[in-house]
Design a binder for this molecule. Sequence first.
Ligand code: 2CP
Length: 707
Amino acid sequence: MNREGDMRGDRDFADESRDAVRHGPSAVPLKALYTASDLEGVSHLGSRPGEAPFVRGPHASMYTQKPWTIRQYAGYADAADSNLAFRTALAEGAQGLSVAFDLPTHRGYDSDDPAAAADVGMAGVAIDSVEDMKRLFRQIPLDRVSVSMTMNGAVLPVLAAFIVAAQESGVRPEALTGTIQNDILKEYMVRNTWIFAPEPSLRIVADVVEYLAERAPRFNAMSVSGYHFQEAGADAVLELALTLSNARTYVDALVTRGMSVERIGERLSFFFGVGTDFFVEIAKLRAARVVWAGIMSELGARGARAQALRMHCQTSGWSLTAQHPQNNIVRTTIEAMAAVFGGTQSLHTNAYDEALALPSADASRLARDTQLIMQHEMGLCDVIDPWAGSYMMESITDDIAGRVRDLMTQIATQGGVVEAIRSGWVQQRIHEAATRTQARIDSGQRVVVGVNRFRSPEADPPSNCLEIDGRQVRARQVRQLAELKTRRDDVLVARALAALADGARDGTGNLLALTIECVRARATIGECTRALEGVWPRYKMPSRFSSGLYGEARMVDAAWRDACNRVSALVTRLGRLPRVLIAKVGQDGHDRGAKTVAAALTDAGFYVSLGALFRSPGEVVDDAIAAKADVVGISSLSGAHLDLVGEVVRTLRVRRPMAAVVVGGIIPDEHARFLKRNGLFAVLGPGAAMESIVSSFVETVELALAS
Ligand code: 2CP
């Protein structure tokens, strides 16, 4: 074809395809071509950075004056180990800290509590008291290094321990900078580290915000989070609508208590996930600022500080693959670019080996250096909001903002987020989105390189992942707890804990102020939580999943139909449906995988019971007996599988020997071999398509029946 022909072809394409709508991996439709006409009616055009509606960023100069904060989420084992890791990171270029606590700390259990035993120090650092907190920040100047703490359920004692530890090292609360997540609503929706029911938890949130506004005004009192929605399966619009609805609920509650909207807005911050849908993710972050500025303005906020949305971002953990882990370096880098183009204030980049186990030191360094390279070698900080004016970017920013407002109205008309949690609407919507995504991946409609396409027979070299000796960490914590209790004044502790319980019961006093007195007297995290449990019993929430969706999405897919036929043959042989219990064990609340597998197995023809969260190994066995399970499928993502799954296998062998156990999640090969030698039937690695999971369950039942 000659040059003229080429050009005519290009023109034809432009004319014919400019309005063709394609559906990418997210819920936002993208067009093949955008032109000036797509900017008609976009109202945010023309605004400048640092000006409402802040689409171009919360600050006028953005990264040209101060680049985003490199803030890697970290913490493992005990306070001394994590302190060393923090100091090393700061020496090597990290600009702020972000503490990952272990699951027992999140759920308000001390390390010597039997409910916590297997999880101590595994998925974060174990903190039992102010003494641990002092060890965690030894030689770190808390008046100069900002510290973010991801804590929600046990926010009172953990934040109290931080404040007292700082005071005892000579730093007054007024000098502290940092962020406490303090976003309990999303815990009921997805993350599941709640302790108490929503209503008392909202009081705790508000008491924390009020205390910080008064005593530690430089500290961000909340990090309202969308990240976990995305990780659980939500698309960009749902992530924003839920996050901003939650934030709105907090603001309303605080205004009702008499706080000014201006003051609330100044120290409210946000946290979003950044996934693989590059353009949409940039637009999402820009749209978040537009929608939030509108809400705060409606509520009466006038100052830029109160209207401008400031955010932390984290690259998507869910997008990481266990197959060919080096590919994750590329995914993370591009996701990080989306966060930066979207104007984030602070960023965590994931380590490439995190789908296999806790990150190795090398992988963590590479993740951090990715950001250093972006800041220092690539010129990304030289231009403010470089996507501004792009037909595509401005158009989809506006599109997302409109869809988010519509969904927020839908949530509000149902009675708001607390009602939507209670009815299960939110959990259901996210689960359904996750199930559809899984079906798209399993059918190959959504490509995951190295997993469902472009697989290479060459295995990557094994990663040198971090191993935690949880038993040793626990033994150290238990010893330190015992020492703490011999040194303290028990009468003082009892008095402070009684005052805290009274404050909770009577609705009087600020609960953070009361907890600070408990912690100063050396009450532990677990004791403070138990004092509150006396007034507000631990909350329980049913686990639910939806059947029908997965099977429907794969109805015409031969691989799926084959798997279903295998289940039908098994049903014929058994003369009944094969029965499966899908269980979570220990303090691990990540339930996206468990719910999706439960949904797919049901659609394939199994009878599936989904167990509650936070069960002990003994309780899982009780559930298996009650469900008359042929197979118990355990989902484990917390690193505590050796103890917890091992105990389920041992106990089940005695109490229901005909049932077999399989486990799915992040299980290093060596651990898988060990568990299999000790009676585990199978390990289903991350990235397995549902048809292969279904086939594994069929084989497990067949083998268990034959043995
Ligand atoms: C920044 N500043 C500027 C400019 N840029 N001033 C003028 N011109 C500029 N261009 C100022 C800010 O106003 C601020 O001062 C100070 O510099 C620090 O900047 P910042 O933007 O506030 O950065 P930051 O201190 O790093 O705070 C960022 C956030 C904060 C987002 C506001 O909330 C944060 O650090 N969040 C991190 C949350 C986190 O780590 N979460 C981890 C989740 P002033 O303070 O005086 O205003 S991990 C969770 C896992 C996955 C889990 O949940 O399980």
